[in-house]
Design a protein around this ligand. Structure first.
Ligand SMILES: Cc1cc2nc3c(=O)[nH]c(=O)nc-3n(C[C@H](O)[C@H](O)[C@H](O)COP(=O)(O)OP(=O)(O)OC[C@H]3O[C@@H](n4cnc5c(N)ncnc54)[C@H](O)[C@@H]3O)c2cc1C
Length: 466
C-alpha cells in the first residue's frame, strides 16, 4: 500500500489526508507539530461564549468546500450568518459609517468624503493598465479609485483579510478576480456591468453580482472546530500530534525519508507539505534549497484576536451588523471588530454579546511586542470610544489569542515564488506543496487547493495497492 506523509495538521493538511484516505484509500500519516490539530482553525467555548482563535467564517461559494463538508458528514451543521451580517461599517472621522452596497446609496452616504466619492465616480474613465507588471494593491486602487477610496475602503479590506500592507501586497496574487476585471473589461464598474449582463443572459439573478463579497457568510454550529473534528475522525490514529518535521531527504529506495523531532525517521512514497512557509523553509533546506529560499521570502505579520463578552446592558450600540473596519490615520490601533453574536446568534449566552477584535498585522507590528495586558487594555479603550461603552464597564469574558506569525503575505513577486516552489515538485517527483502560503489564505481557498493536491498525488501514485 502506498504511504503518504502529510506535514501539518491544519485545515489544509487534514483536508488532503481526508481526501486521500476516503476517496483513494491510501495509507496516510499526518505529522502535526503541536499537541492539537487545526492550526489556525480552533474554537473554544468559554462560559457559553463561542470564541474563534483564527478563522471566523467563510463564504459558501466554493463547491470543493461544500463537497468536503458533505463527505465529512457535517452538511447539517452548516450555520449561515444572520441577515443583519450584511451591514458592514467603516470607522472614519470619529463615527461608524455604513458601507452601502447599492451604488446610489453608496454615493450619497458619508462613508467617503465628498472629494473621494467624486474621484471614485471617474473609475469607468480611467484607462486600462497595459503593462502586465505585478502592481501593488495600493497602486492599483489609487490609480483606478483614487487615494481616498484606497485609504478608507481598500486598505481596511486588506487588513480584514490579510492583516496586510496594501503598499506591498500583489494585486494579482491577492485579488486575482479584480485584476482580471480590469484586464478583460477595461475597469471595475465596466466589468461588473458585463458580469451582470452575462448573468441575465444566462437566466440567472444579476443582483448576485455586487461590489461586496459574493456568497453567503457561513460557519458551523460548533464553530470551525466542527470541521477539524470531522476530518480528524476519519484520519484517526494516523494523525500524529507533537510530531515536528525537521528535515526531508530522498529515500534510499526511492520516495522520501522524514526526520521527526524525538522519533525514528519515517519513509513515505509521497510527501505533502501543508505547513506555514517559514516552517517549510527550514525542513526543505536539504531537499531543495531554492524552494526553501522561496518559502523563506513569504513574510508573516503578528496578529492578535481579542474576544470580549458583555452583558447587553453594558453596550449602548445595537451591534446590528457584521462589524467594522478601521482605516489607518483615525487615531486607533485596532484593525476592526466583528460582532460575532449578531453574525451567528447563539454564540453568546442569553442577553449577552460577543465581539472579536483584531489588532496588529503588517501596519501595526509593534503590537506583537506588547504584553497581553496592554493589548487587551488598548482594545477595551478603543471599543469603548467607538461603541460608547462607558469606561470602567468590565467585560464578562476576555480571551486573547496571539498569533506571532499569523497570515502569509502575498507581496509583489509572490507568483514567481510559487513558481519556484512548483519547480521543486518537478525536481522531486512525489513531493507536493499546499497550504495557505501559496494560492489563497481563506479556508475555502485552502480546501480547494488541498482537494486539487490530493488529486495530483493520486495521479502520481495511481490506484491504491492492497
Ligand atoms: C486571526 C486569523 C483570522 C482568520 N480569519 C479567517 C476567516 O474568518 N475566514 C477564513 O477563510 N480564513 C481566515 N483566516 C485564515 C485561515 O484560518 C488560514 O489561512 C487557514 O486556517 C490555514 O490553514 P493551513 O492548514 O493552510 O495552515 P495552518 O492552520 O497554519 O496549519 C499548519 C499546521 O502545520 C503545523 N506545522 C508547522 N510546522 C510544522 C512542522 N515542521 N512539522 C509538523 N507540523 C508543522 C502547525 O502547527 C499547524 O497546525 C484567519 C487566520 C487568522 C490567523
Amino acid at each position: 500500500m502506498f504511504h503518504i506523509a502529510v506535514i501539518g495538521g491544519g485545515i489544509s493538511g487534514l483536508a488532503v489526508a481526508f481526501r486521500l484516505k476516503r476517496a483513494v484509500g491510501y495509507q496516510v500519516t499526518v505529522l502535526e507539530a503541536e499537541d492539537r490539530p487545526g492550526g489556525k482553525a480552533h474554537t473554544e467555548v468559554i462560559d457559553g461564549f463561542t470564541c474563534e482563535a483564527g478563522t471566523n467564517s467563510w463564504l459558501d461559494k466554493e463547491q470543493a468546500a461544500r463537497d468536503l463538508l458533505e463527505e465529512a458528514g457535517i452538511s447539517d451543521r452548516i450555520k449561515p450568518a444572520s441577515q443583519s451580517a450584511e451591514r458592514r461599517f467603516i470607522y472614519r472621522a470619529n463615527q461608524l459609517r455604513e458601507v452601502k452596497l447599492h451604488p446610489l446609496k453608496f454615493m450619497t452616504s458619508s462613508v467617503l468624503p465628498l472629494g473621494a466619492r467624486l474621484r471614485l465616480a471617474l473609475e469607468p474613465f480611467v484607462a486600462k493598465q497595459t503593462q502586465t507588471s505585478d502592481e501593488t494593491l495600493a497602486d492599483f486602487a489609487t490609480r483606478r479609485l483614487g487615494k481616498g477610496a484606497c485609504d478608507i475602503l481598500i486598505g481596511p479590506m486588506a487588513s480584514g483579510i490579510y492583516a496586510g500592507d496594501p503598499n506591498e501586497m500583489s494585486l494579482k496574487s491577492c485579488f486575482n478576480k479584480v485584476y482580471q476585471l480590469e484586464q478583460q473589461h477595461g475597469g471595475l464598474i465596466k466589468g461588473m456591468l458585463a458580469l451582470k449582463k452575462a448573468k441575465k443572459a444566462a437566466g440567472e439573478d444579476p443582483s448576485a453580482v455586487t461590489a461586496g463579497p459574493s456568497g453567503r457568510i457561513t460557519s458551523l454550529e460548533g464553530g470551525v472546530s466542527d470541521l477539524v473534528q470531522a476530518l480528524t475522525a476519519e484520519i484517526g490514529t494516523d494523525l500524529k500530534l507533537g510530531a515536528r518535521v525537521l528535515g526531508i531527504a530522498p529515500g534510499a529506495q526511492g520516495g522520501f525519508t522524514l526526520h521527526i523531532e524525538g522519533s525514528e525517521p519515517m519513509t513515505a512514497d509521497a510527501v505533502v507539505t501543508a505547513t506555514p512557509a517559514w516552517s517549510a523553509a527550514e525542513y526543505l533546506k536539504q531537499l531543495d534549497p531554492d524552494a526553501a529560499t522561496a518559502f523563506s521570502e513569504i513574510p508573516y505579520p503578528s496578529l492578535d484576536v481579542i474576544c470580549l463578552g458583555y452583558h447587553k446592558n453594558q453596550v449602548p450600540h445595537d451591534l446590528h451588523g457584521f462589524g467594522f473596519l478601521v482605516p489607518r490615520g483615525q487615531d486607533k490601533t485596532i484593525l476592526g471588530s466583528l460582532w460575532t453574536s449578531s453574525i451567528f446568534p447563539g454564540r453568546a449566552p442569553q442577553d449577552h454579546v460577543l465581539m472579536r477584535t483584531m489588532i496588529g498585522g503588517m501596519l501595526e507590528p509593534q503590537v506583537g511586542e506588547w504584553p497581553p495586558e496592554r493589548v487587551i487594555a488598548t482594545v477595551r479603550e478603543e471599543l469603548s470610544a467607538i461603541l460608547g461603552i462607558p469606561t470602567g464597564e468590565a467585560p464578562v469574558l476576555t480571551r486573547i489569542f496571539r498569533h506571532p506569525r499569523a497570515i502569509p503575505q502575498y507581496h509583489v513577486g509572490h507568483a514567481h515564488r510559487v513558481a519556484r516552489i512548483r519547480a521543486a515538485e518537478s525536481r522531486h517527483p512525489g513531493f507536493f506543496a499546499t497550504g495557505n502560503a501559496l494560492l489563497g489564505v481563506g479556508v475555502i481557498d485552502c480546501i480547494r487547493e488541498s482537494v486539487a493536491t490530493a488529486h495530483r498525488v493520486s495521479l502520481f501514485l495511481g490506484p491504491a495497492k492492497t
